[in-house]
Design a binder for this molecule. Sequence first.
Ligand code: TA6
Length: 287
Amino acid sequence: MPVDRLEDKVVLRHPKGATVEVLYYGATVTSWKVQGIERLFVSANASLDGSKPVRGGIPVVFPCFGAPTHRDHMKLPQHGFARSEEWSFESIVLDNDVGVSVRLTLSPTARIASKFERNFKLAYVVTLAEHQLSTDLHVYNPSESSHDLEFQALFHNYIRAPASSVRIKPLQNLGYYDKTQQTDEGKALRRIESRAEVDVNIFTDSVYENSPGDYQVSWSGGEIDIRTKSLDNVVVWNPQEGGKKIADMEENGWERFVCVEPGYVRGFVKVSPGEKWIGQQTLTIKT
Ligand code: TA6
């Protein structure tokens, strides 16, 4: 069966051997295997039972990135609610030799509405090809009033890779907010990226502006390329030893991943009633 619907997740299998697992909780992609090799990092201490967001895989960040700053988001936790709600399986979108694809959805529940009053409908399409994984987030504003839906969105990719040899490009000359350094007003320090290839050998938490949308993430022995649409920013994160303070991080887990997270997180996407927005990424195994 190319699509197995289990109690807590859906498993996609490509005829050429690749597999992907998507938890209904958070619509979190928790595994992506190509040629039998796991390409995503999930902490051995991650909770996969729906009690907290998954530490690893691809959590979906919506409608706020980090602590809320928009007046519509003020009651929400860090990174919003999408990663900690139960999504519904809607349909198999594609099932052929090229790709296998499913669509999950999330609409307001009483619990969400108690913290986020705007109407919305989210659809998440996960597509597995022989060497590729695509995730598309569709955000609809079904509101019948005149309220715009204003949000941020991001794919929090935990790429399995030896952090000490990871290099990310092209980010040179981009402006970025360095969240590891604060200004006197307590804001992230704005810098210009001077490096042709960015590493994560020290604690890194950088939010790039006006980023090119396509990235190469390489390390000794591997490379994953990321192509995106409608995502103006990319975040590069690795906590290094600070990862010891993250309760669900496995021992020295930060040595085994880099987060490269395409998103729209500087300012807000605004979707008018009846309109929709789609943010997309495709991860391709190069080596
Ligand atoms: O995307 C980077 C980031 O926002 C970091 O600042 C870091 O805290 C990380 O996400 C993890 O956040 P989480 O809420 O999952 O612990």
